[in-house]
Design a binder for this molecule. Structure first.
Ligand code: DTR
Ligand code: ZN
Ligand code: ZN
Length: 446
């Protein structure tokens, strides 16, 4: 199915592609590693390797030890932060990355960003993945944000181990002083010449990936990056929600404000998990996603292994997928809704809708209907397209013998008797008991 755009029902014009270009970081390098040795390598493919949870947690153990040896934290301006930078940089230098330490000053203290470029790839299309490495002063910051930093680090090391040669140029980043107001990433973006900034094909942010009472939140910003993450989680049968704690609350904000396509993942902070979320994800309703948020108890014991594992693999999937080539958004008129809609088991029908408002005349004789339903027994499902005037077009009948999972199809419907503009609905009903699922996305292409 072609990549889609838009996480809310809206038309995607033939928007600018993700593919733009970039050069190495322009900060005055405090130190750089030797260029990568020649390697046997895999040419850009979209199949990311599994990211080892053990390896990611090994980095967390190191960050914990650093905090313990440096007053209990890894905060901006404290020795624990620079020691964290040195740890991450050492791993990347040994793996063949070209690293740059970008110093900045805030609150009278020197902070550092660490930028790691993977040699090769088209430097006119730079895909970035980043996380803040600093903690608050009150604790070691293992979930916030050792988890994101360790997952980004291990993914970068996996790129090196694979000798991966992506079409795009890969750049990884660890930011300083996020906890004081997203200071490090703001400094990086502000000091990146506009010609370099325009070459960033996307920035993905990973801040808190292992919250003990985890939720699975996907940033609702660039639609192509969002769909890459949503498809990954749908593929492992994990429903996601869009991240709503606030667009400006982490290091993707300065990139977004500069017009760079952004996305990311988040497992939740101080907000309490609702009962509906607990039903969907497990965990405890009424309890914060991370009860140790910004506290001294944010240690290596404050990690949900399953959440960290899933998010680390989703991170790698996005790096591989989005760097393997130019991701062209769909041309023509594609309208899509990616909001998850739970389908009651053996219950009433539910709908996902898209509103078309900028077309003229009737719909085409070959209207493409993209259906993505995650379900454990697709034979239970009856699926219809309902036109704005209420006319129903049967896309799929129930079939008791079809026990396979999921409905991921593009149907072609002769909708030439229907006016194009209006609210189109995908109607789904589960007509038999004991299997469950949800609508992951619905799209129309005219
Ligand atoms: N500001 C982050 C935690 C945080 C809160 N809401 C969001 C939304 C998206 C990413 C991160 C966050 C911090 O304390 O580091
Ligand atoms: Zn924080
Ligand atoms: Zn954070």
């Amino acid at each position: 199915m072609a990549p889609f755009a838009s996480s809310t029902p809206r038309r995607t014009a033939a928007a600018a592609a993700l593919a733009l270009a970039g050069l190495l970081a322009t900060a005055a390098p405090a130190a750089t590693a030797a260029p990568a040795a020649a390697r046997t390598s895999s040419v850009g493919t979209a199949a990311a390797p599994d990211i080892s949870l053990t390896a990611v947690k090994g980095h967390l153990t190191q960050l914990q030890s650093i905090a313990t040896a440096n007053g209990g934290n890894r905060a901006h301006g404290r020795p624990g932060y620079k020691a964290s930078i040195d740890y991450v940089k050492g791993k990347l230098d040994a793996a063949g990355f070209t690293t740059t330490v970008q110093p900045f000053t805030y609150n009278g203290a020197t902070g550092y960003n660490l930028i790691a470029d993977w040699p090769g790839g088209d430097t006119n299309q730079v895909l970035m993945a980043g996380s803040h490495l600093d903690s608050v002063t009150s604790g070691p910051g293992i979930n916030d944000n050792g988890s994101g930093s360790a997952a980004v680090l291990e993914t970068a090391l996996a790129v090196s181990r694979a000798g991966y040669r992506p079409t795009k140029h890969l750049r990884f980043a660890w930011w300083g002083a996020e906890e004081l107001g997203i200071i490090g990433s703001k400094h990086y973006v502000a000091n990146l010449p506009s010609t370099e900034r325009a070459k960033l094909s996307g920035y993905m942010n990973f801040d808190m990936l292992g919250s003990p009472n985890a939720g699975y939140f996907v940033y609702d910003d660039d639609p192509v990056i969002e769909k890459t993450f949503k498809d990954y989680f749908a593929g492992i049968g994990v429903p996601t929600e869009i991240e709503t704690e606030g667009d400006g609350r982490s290091d993707h904000a300065p990139f977004m404000n500069a017009g760079v396509p952004v996305g990311g993942l988040f497992t939740g902070a101080s907000r309490a998990k609702t009962s509906a979320q607990a039903q969907k994800w497990g965990g405890t309703a009424g309890q914060a996603f991370d009860r140790c948020y910004h506290s001294s108890c944010d240690t290596t014991s404050n990690i949900n292994d399953t959440a960290l594992n899933r998010n680390s693999d989703a991170l790698a999937h996005a790096v591989w997928t989005l760097s393997a080539g130019t991701t062209e958004p769909p041309t023509g008129g594609t309208y899509q809704n990616t909001a998850d809609v739970a389908i009651p088991d053996g219950g009433t029908a539910v709908t996902s809708s898209v509103t078309v408002g900028d077309r003229t005349g009737n719909a085409p004789a070959a209207l493409k209907v993209g259906v993505d339903i995650v379900h454990t027994y697709r034979g239970d499902l009856v699926v219809d397209l309902v036109a704005p005037d209420g006319t129903a077009y049967r896309l799929k009948n129930s079939s008791s013998g079809d026990s396979a999972d999921n409905v991921r199809e593009t149907y072609t419907v002769d909708a030439s008797s229907e006016t194009a503009n209006g609210v189109w609905k995908l109607r789904v009903q589960d007509v038999a008991r004991y299997d469950t699922g949800y609508v992951n996305s619905f799209s129309l292409t005219f």
